[in-house]
Each structure stands twice: as structure tokens, then as C-alpha cells.
Design a protein around this ligand. Structure first.
Ligand code: XIL
Length: 367
């Protein structure tokens, strides 16, 4: 049976979810059948990744997830490192907690991620042969996807498989999966996920598609080639996850990005913004100026995206500057705290939040 659009529309919250979620404040007036005359299109679902430590310890963090999100992504708890630290036994404790929270609060879920060359447990280095790699990968995907079948509607099936600077004949990253299985690792992952949960939306998630340097165009080409190959082989794949960790100091190739989005559309693929934040390590120190520049960067990026193709969801990689990987991985030279996200460290809304709300409601100023 051909799957319907509704089947694949997992990230889209139901009306009940829209009404129940705290996101009602930003969604008010746009809910079909809610009595609002001008309730035309539904806003683009908004979400965030949830980091388990903050989730467990900080009630304000949980409140923010309830209030702002239609979609939640366990930030680290579905990675191999978390699930497979003990080779024979799966540890679903963190993922289960976040999944239960999402269910209790009417939030959709994205699963991140079934295959990645990073965040692997130490024992993964022992995987030595092609047969063993395939057996481990298939077994992992079967068990994880089956456990959350019907609850996790969208999966980042493969994460960051495209080489940082792809070369002709060498499009994919050097990972244990690529080394042992070759380019087929991508096909095995998608085929297995589709077999276990035929209704799930299956996404290839990667980054720097907006980059102005030549590598940006090369990465876009690898993504398109990969999708064409999967489609030619009849392997189900539904969309591209655009991470969008945007460098505050770098101009973006928005024309190239828009062409790319139209090419994806022509291939029948969806897009989602999956890990949005602004790397602000090179931006001026003054917090108000920094927040304005970060909001402008997000505005330019999302404006270009929605003008070319409506994303299925817009997801930020955390909600509050209180907790962000940017602080750890891209620390500022002056020691000031990173400000990559839509809420500040005290959960106050920053200009970025207004940009997100305008974009998802379709009320952003057109240039
Ligand atoms: C990051 C998390 O945010 C950190 O908490 C963790 O220590 C490392 O991973 N691209 C991805 C995400 O696909 O999984 C990464 O998340 C950020 C970059």
C-alpha cells in the first residue's frame, strides 16, 4: 500500500497536541477549526533537543520544553554511546525518560541517530569484519526502531556521513561503517529502518549545506547523489535534515541553498531544520549586539529556506544558553558565555525567539 502524506507527517502535531502543548501561546489563532477566521496554514512545528542532565535536574528546562516545543529530540540518549555502553545489553534509561515526557505532554519526537561515526562506545573499535559490522548495525537498528515504533515518528537514520570536504570518488566520511561496509552502510541503515517501521519518516541528517566555501556546494552534490542512488535502488528515504549550526561570522550561500532545496523538492524529498543554533565565538562581546547578529543570521537563513521550501519542522539544538555544546566546542577567546540559542541563560526570550516565531507563523517580513 502506498503510504499517504498523513502517514509520513509524523512531526506535525495533531490539533489536540497543538491545543494541549504550552506552545499554544505561539500557535493561538492558527489552529484549523479553532474559530479563527484567518487560520490559514498551520505554523511550522518548532522543537528542541533535550539534554538529559539538564532535563533531570532543572525544572525550568522541563517547563521550557513544555512551553515552546511541538517536537522533542533526545540530544544524546539515542546515540550508540548511550544505548550501547555495555555491548550485550541495551540501556534505554535516558531515552525512555524523554520519550515518556514527550508522550505525557503531547509532543512529537525525532530520533537521533541510528548510524554515526562518532559517539560510539569503545568496544565498537573491535568490530573487525564486514559481516560483523553489518550484523551489529542491522541488529542495533532493528532493536532501537522497534522499541519506539509508533512513538518516534521521524528518525535521523544516518548522521554526518558526508565528508567535510568531499572529493570526487570519496564522498563519505572515514568511519568504521564506511571502512568496513563502504557506501552501502547508508543503504543498509535506511533499508533496515524502513523494514522495521514502514511508517517512520526516514531522514539523512548532515551539516554545512549553507556554507559559502566550495565544500558547501560539494556537500550538496553528495547529498543529492546519495538520494538519487537510494531512490534508484527503491530504498525508502523521505527527507534531509539540515543541522544548521550557523557560524555567526560567516556569510552564507543562500542562493546555493535555495537551489539545493528546489532540487530536493524535485526529488520528492522533505527538509527539516534539525540542530539550529548560532556559533557566536567570533561575534562582538556585547550581549545585545551579539544577540541581534545571531537573530539576523537565523532570520536570513530561515527566510531563504521557507521562501524555497517549507520545512517540516524547525528544531534548535537546545533552548537556553545555560546549556549548549557551543560553549564547550566553540569557546570564546574572551571567556564570555556562548549565546547560541533562543532563550538566555535565565530563560528570557532573546531576539532569536521572535525570529523563530515569525518564521514558523509565516509572518516574517518579506525582503
Ligand atoms: C552534541 C551534543 O549536543 C553534546 O551534548 C555531546 O556532548 C556531543 O554531541 N552534530 C550532531 C549532534 O549531530 O549529535 C551533536 O550533539 C552536535 C553536532
Amino acid at each position: 500500500m502506498r503510504e499517504t502524506e498523513a502517514d509520513r507527517n509524523g512531526a506535525m502535531p495533531t490539533r489536540r497536541e497543538l491545543l494541549r502543548g504550552g506552545a499554544a501561546s505561539v500557535l493561538a489563532g492558527a489552529v484549523p477549526g479553532s474559530g479563527s477566521a484567518q487560520a490559514a496554514a498551520q505554523p511550522i512545528p518548532f522543537g528542541s533537543a533535550a539534554e538529559i542532565g539538564a532535563f533531570r535536574e532543572d525544572a525550568r528546562y522541563r517547563e521550557a520544553l513544555k512551553r515552546y516545543c511541538d517536537v522533542i529530540v533526545p540530544m544524546n540518549d539515542l546515540k550508540w554511546q548511550a544505548l550501547r555502553h555495555d555491548r550485550p545489553r541495551f540501556d534505554f534509561s535516558g531515552a525512555d525518560e524523554i520519550v515518556a515526557f514527550a508522550a505525557a505532554n503531547g509532543k512529537a519526537l525525532r530520533g537521533h541517530t541510528l548510524l554515526w561515526g562518532e559517539a560510539l562506545p569503545p568496544w565498537a573499535k573491535e568490530i573487525a569484519s564486514r559481516a560483523e559490522a553489518e550484523r551489529e548495525l542491522v541488529n542495533h537498528i532493528e532493536i532501537v526502531v522497534d522499541r519506539y515504533k509508533g512513538r518516534i515518528a521521524t528518525w535521523d537514520v544516518v548522521n554526518e556521513v558526508i565528508k567535510f570536504e568531499p572529493e570526487p570518488g570519496a564522498p563519505y566520511r572515514d568511519t568504521i561503517w564506511q571502512r568496513l561496509l563502504g557506501p552501502e552502510h547508508i543503504e543498509i541503515a535506511f533499508r533496515t529502518a524502513a523494514r522495521v517501521d514502514p511508517k517512520a519518516r526516514l531522514v539523512l541528517n548532515d551539516f554545512l549545506f549553507e556554507e559559502a566555501a566550495p565544500a558547501g556546494a560539494a556537500r550538496r552534490k553528495v547529498a543529492l547523489d546519495t538520494f538519487r542512488r537510494l531512490k534508484d535502488k527503491g530504498i525508502p528515504v523521505h527527507g534531509l535534515g539540515i543541522q544548521a549550526h550557523l557560524y555567526g561570522e560567516k556569510e552564507l550561500d543562500l542562493d546555493g541553498l535555495q537551489h539545493f532545496l528546489r532540487d530536493l523538492d524535485a526529488l520528492g524529498l522533505d527538509v527539516e531544520i534539525t540542530e539550529l543554533d548560532v556559533i557566536d565565538w567570533k561575534l562582538p562581546a556585547d550581549p545585545a549586539r551579539r544577540d541581534k547578529l545571531a537573530a539576523d543570521r537565523v532570520s536570513g537563513f530561515l527566510g531563504a529556506v521557507v521562501a524555497a521550501k517549507q520545512p517540516k519542522a524547525i528544531v534548535t539544538w537546545g533552548l537556553t544558553d545555560r546549556y549548549s555544546w557551543v560553549q564547550d566546542v566553540f569557546p570564546r577567546g574572551d571567556g564570555a558565555r556562548a549565546r547560541p540559542l533562543p532563550l538566555d541563560a535565565d530563560y528570557r526570550q532573546k531576539p532569536m525567539m521572535a525570529v523563530l516565531e515569525r518564521t514558523r507563523r509565516g509572518t516574517a517580513a518579506r525582503k
